[in-house]
Design a protein around this ligand. Structure first.
Ligand code: LLP
Length: 421
């Protein structure tokens, strides 16, 4: 089991905090994150890359809570953003804009201007139209925009089709076979410093071999570009390393992967950028929930809990597996059940046909490995209030986001009786 979540005396702990007491005081559903777990995951990257020029740019999309961002900023992280909103979050959390890379296939004019004004490190560009826009806006603002071009290296990341991105048929990046010409065009545009090559081939990769394969292809491209007079200084390999969600899965060998990367780029005069999201935060998060009801339909058992697809959509969207653990070990054995939420959708489940603790109404459970793409993908569907979030550090914990209120639900809406406002 994950070292930051452990049973002690029959009770589930996060670090030195007993989660039943958090659930009782904070209410449910509630996300809990471990500061130590995030720190350990970050330090694994930082130590693995020590000695070479690098930036670890945490992918904010995985978990953009200000408490999490501030924790990572304090550890020295940079950030990978995909929207102006994520840049705003990073700045609010004290992140350094000079360590920010801006990814994404559809940056708007307003977002590019905001990023230029804030002085981010660079843009990972995905199309010729985007490069032309950044050039024009940088010129107008009298700035030089550093850019990398996101290359599609055409390697198969062998992950879930919804989160694989590195094949020719995907919308991401520019085909490696065609990108040299795009570099030539970009290098001739004003307002740009064309200095990087980037890629991101997919997510939840338990085997890092495809990333190393992509790295090799990108290094070949860098040689070609440099021979053509384009001075590439940055290599960005994106994120993508996975975490074990199921007991039989094992984590990728992060130190081994980083050692291999270091070997590949040593002596090449490059700064390495990585954009890990999930692998920094997923295993450090759990979603706490209370059992509302039990019911049986024929042979089928349902455990109805107060968390749903609005807090954790991954099971519905990707058939993702999250372990379901009781906060107090059950004396009633186990049951094979569907663990479902209150939302009016058949796809509203946290687990189906799963052998879980035989928990009863009032008992608390945790969905594990929810630190990434959990709260970040939460919604207000069915007018549900988004849950609170808590950060544990040692024996203490603090709320880092309050539960939403009914007033939050209608903020920004017009409510006049006659006509519009
Ligand atoms: N960089 C870029 C350009 C990305 O598109 C992503 C993730 C990352 C970095 C971070 O990847 P990570 O290290 O977290 O694998 N919602 C899905 C995951 C979508 C990932 C999208 N891109 C899920 O819940 O599994």
């Amino acid at each position: 089991m994950n070292p930051v979540f452990q049973y002690r005396g029959g009770m589930l702990f996060c670090e030195d905090v007993e989660l039943q007491s958090v659930a009782e005081r904070e209410g449910t559903p509630c996300y809990v994150y471990s500061a130590a777990g995030i720190r350990n995951a970050y330090l694994q990257y930082a130590e693995g890359l020590a000695g070479i020029p690098h930036h670890i740019c945490y992918a904010v999309k995985a978990n953009g809570n200000l408490g999490v961002l501030r924790h990572l900023a304090t550890l020295g992280a940079g950030f990978d953003i995909v929207s102006g909103g994520e840049l705003y979050r990073v700045l609010q959390a004290g992140g350094d804009p000079a360590k920010v890379v801006f990814s994404g296939v559809g940056k708007t004019r307003e977002e590019v201007e905001y990023a230029l004004e804030q002085g981010i490190h660079s843009f990972n560009c995905e199309s010729e139209g985007e490069i032309a826009l950044i050039s024009a806006l940088a010129r107008r603002l009298n700035k030089t925009a550093a850019i990398a071009i996101r290359v599609n290296p055409d390697v198969d990341a062998s992950t879930h089709p919804y989160i694989s991105t590195g094949l020719k048929e995907h919308k991401f990046g520019i085909d490696i076979a065609e990108v040299a010409a795009v570099y030539e065009t970009a290098a001739a545009l004003p307002g740009l410093s064309v200095q990087g090559v980037s890629c991101h081939i997919g997510s939840q990769l338990l085997d890092p071999a495809p990333v190393l394969e992509a790295a090799q292809r990108l290094l070949g491209l860098i040689d070609t570009l440099r021979a053509n007079g384009i001075n590439i200084t940055d290599l960005d390999l994106g994120g993508g390393l996975g975490v074990p969600y199921q007991p039989h899965e094992s984590a990728p060998d992060v130190p081994g992967f980083l050692a291999r990367l270091k070997q590949l780029i040593s002596g090449r005069n490059l700064t390495l950028f990585l954009e890990p999201g999930r692998s920094l935060v997923a295993s450090s998060g759990a979603l706490l929930s209370r059992v509302l009801y039990r019911k049986q339909s024929g042979q089928k058992h349902f455990i109805i809990v107060d968390a749903s697809m609005t807090e954790l959509i991954r099971p519905a969207l990707y058939e993702a597996h999250h372990e379901i653990l009781p906060l107090r070990e059950s004396k009633l054995g186990t049951v094979v059940a569907d663990v479902v939420g209150p939302v009016c959708e058949s796809s509203d489940f946290l687990a189906t046909g799963r052998e879980v603790a035989n928990v009863m109404p009032g008992d608390m459970i945790a969905a594990m490995t929810c630190g990434a793409y959990g709260f970040a993908m939460a919604s207000n569907y069915n007018a549900r209030l988004r849950p609170s979030e808590v950060l544990v550090d040692g024996a203490t914990w603090k709320q880092v986001r309050r539960r939403e209120t009914l007033e939050d639900l209608i903020r920004g809406e017009q409510n006049e009786q006659n006509g519009t406002a």
